[in-house]
Write a protein that binds this ligand. Structure first.
Ligand SMILES: Cc1cc2nc3c(=O)[nH]c(=O)nc-3n(C[C@H](O)[C@H](O)[C@H](O)COP(=O)(O)O)c2cc1C
Length: 206
């Protein structure tokens, strides 16, 4: 059912003129991050699996939609595998300038919290988030139809935000704070995290 909400966002985005691509993280072979920190040092993850292609797609997109069901009051393990492989992207704020949104479903409770967490991850990556659509399946088909409609509108709004470079002052303040923290962390490790140090110094922010 989460897939249907993501599909509704993508339909909305397409109607607004975007090219979209759906990726099912659960169908990919993505190994867990093993904290080797090689991506911090080189910008490359040594694991040979499906993550690199997904990462490239996300980095090349103007907008990113995250969707997950509630699994024991959290995102699915498949979604978390993706996130854990993105610590380098967070340290370098590689989603800066992108826009995103989130959708979530739950059997009985907590869908809002899951969507909020997905948007939090987008924001910590550096993206601005335009909103969320979530629904508890226990609320029945009418509630699901309403969430699908909201997801469709969200997709259209995502494209509008991208096209107008919409500004979110609260999120801009958060991005500035996160970026300062990440930069300080990277500078403290500059002798080892050479890729990340090179990223921040090449931004002209050293
Ligand atoms: C392993 C597992 C854990 C779940 N945990 C919760 C939960 O903590 N709270 C809840 O309300 N629903 C929970 N659910 C129900 C799902 O969130 C719900 O059925 C969701 O709509 C499934 O999305 P999908 O159809 O996209 O797979 C769980 C389902 C599974 C399979």
């Amino acid at each position: 059912m989460t897939r249907r909400l993501v599909a509704a966002v993508l339909r909305g985005a397409e109607e607004a003129g975007a090219e979209t691509e759906f990726v099912d993280a659960a169908a990919l072979r993505i190994r867990p991050c093993s904290a080797c920190t090689l991506c911090y040092q080189t910008g490359e993850c040594p694991k040979q699996d499906d993550f690199a292609a997904l990462y490239e797609k996300m980095l090349g997109a103007d907008g990113v939609v995250f969707g997950s069901p509630n699994y024991i009051d959290n995102v699915s393990a498949q979604m978390k595998l993706v996130f854990d492989r993105m610590a380098d992207a967070i340290h370098c704020q590689l989603f800066a300038g992108k826009y995103g949104c989130a959708v979530a479903t739950a059997g009985g409770a907590g869908a809002d919290d899951i969507a909020a967490y997905l948007n939090h991850v987008l924001q910590v990556l550096g993206a601005d988030t335009v909103g969320a659509a979530s629904v508890e399946m226990v609320s029945g088909p009418e509630a699901f139809a309403a969430a699908e409609e909201k997801a469709f509108a969200l997709g259209k709004d995502l494209v509008a935000a991208i096209e107008t470079r919409r500004e979110y002052p609260d999120q801009a303040a958060l991005h500035a704070e996160v970026a300062a923290g990440m930069k300080a962390l990277v500078f403290a490790n500059k002798d080892v995290w050479k890729h990340q140090y090179g990223h921040w110094t090449s931004q002209g922010q050293n």
